[in-house]
Design a protein around this ligand. Structure first.
Ligand code: GLU
Length: 310
């Protein structure tokens, strides 16, 4: 299948819609660096398991990947930690609650429902600090660059704003610490968490970096280098499908039918297992925190191509 004309057409239609009707939904407001992003942006890119790539609209423009990073930190932890150690204190069920809920964490004695809500990602960051200590930031950046095939960096302004305004994340981390679920220094763990949210990548870089998820765990650019095992890749996809899109996993499965992970920067990464990875970006979000046009673009893509896990 030649995907370039399909992406061109999707980008063309959605950019025209943005120009004519203006953006619906709202760009994330909680930090200035996100609030000032132009809501009229739209980008899309994909990479097939065989190396074919396509990119359209703002697909090569870097943005703040935010919660999409949770897929990559989970992957990094899965690579290096024994299964029991990683999953002993992190669940695998959809939360059905806001991604930063404290109430649920209290009911469940400080064990986060899954690795993609904030508490779960903070717990994963704790394991990564356990692996790398003071080198954790450098290791994560190196891992992302290794996957994308080019240097990836942090937006330090975003990281600093996340730290300055992330009162709820501070609360979640301290709360888990009070239950004995966080092993390391809370400030060090949160520094990693705030930096992972501040990774800057384009749709094309994200589609490349996530490539192992459509290649049975093999490195996106080098077939002979495993990132994770086939079983682990399958499990990450399962978690994305059930827990990857805040409180809208049912809607995503219904409308799109692919494992997806979204972020409040307006990006969404989607996986067609054994075929391709796809990333979209449009900063205006719906009330569930997912990119409005990103969802629409993914729906158009799956309708046109007939690709789905169902
Ligand atoms: N960085 C924000 C937070 O941790 C949002 C992450 C996201 O859901 O994309 O609260």
């Amino acid at each position: 299948m030649d995907f370039q004309p399909i992406l061109d057409d999707i980008a063309d239609r959605l950019q025209r819609e943005l120009a004519q009707e203006g953006p619906r939904g709202q760009v994330a407001q909680y930090i200035p660096a996100l609030a000032r992003v132009d809501a009229r942006r739209f980008g899309i890119a994909l990479r097939c398991g065989d190396g074919q790539e396509a990119v359209a609209g703002d697909g090569a423009v870097p943005f703040s990947i935010q919660s999409i990073s949770k897929v990559f930190t989970l992957t990094l932890a899965m690579r290096h930690l024994p299964e029991q150690q990683l999953w002993a204190r992190i669940g695998r069920e959809p939360s059905g609650n806001p991604f930063n809920s404290l109430v649920q964490l209290e009911f469940e004695q400080g064990t986060p429902r899954n690795p993609f809500i904030n508490a779960g990602a903070i717990a994963v960051a704790d394991r990564i600090v356990g692996l790398y200590g003071a080198d954790a930031l450098r290791e994560l950046r190196g891992f992302m660059s290794h996957l994308a095939g080019e240097p990836i960096g942090y937006d330090e302004e975003v990281a600093a704003s996340e730290a300055a305004t992330g009162f709820r994340n501070h609360a979640l981390a301290n709360f888990m610490k009070s239950f004995g679920r966080i092993d390391h220094d809370v400030a060090t763990v949160l520094d990693l968490y705030f930096h992972q949210c501040a990774l800057r990548m384009s749709c094309l870089q994200l589609a490349r970096a996530a490539g192992y998820l459509c290649r049975d765990g093999a490195h996106p650019l080098r077939a002979d280098t495993p990132v994770v095992t086939e079983r682990q890749a399958r499990r990450i996809n399962a978690l994305m499908l059930t827990c990857g899109t805040y409180d809208a996993a049912g809607e995503f499965a219904f409308r799109i039918g692919l494992p997806c992970k979204s972020g409040v920067g307006g990006g969404i990464v989607a996986v067609v297992p054994d075929r391709l990875t796809l990333a979209v970006w449009s900063p205006a979000l719906d009330e569930t925190g997912n990119s409005l046009l990103g969802m629409k673009a993914l729906e158009m893509f799956t309708q046109r191509t007939g690709l789905s896990v169902f």
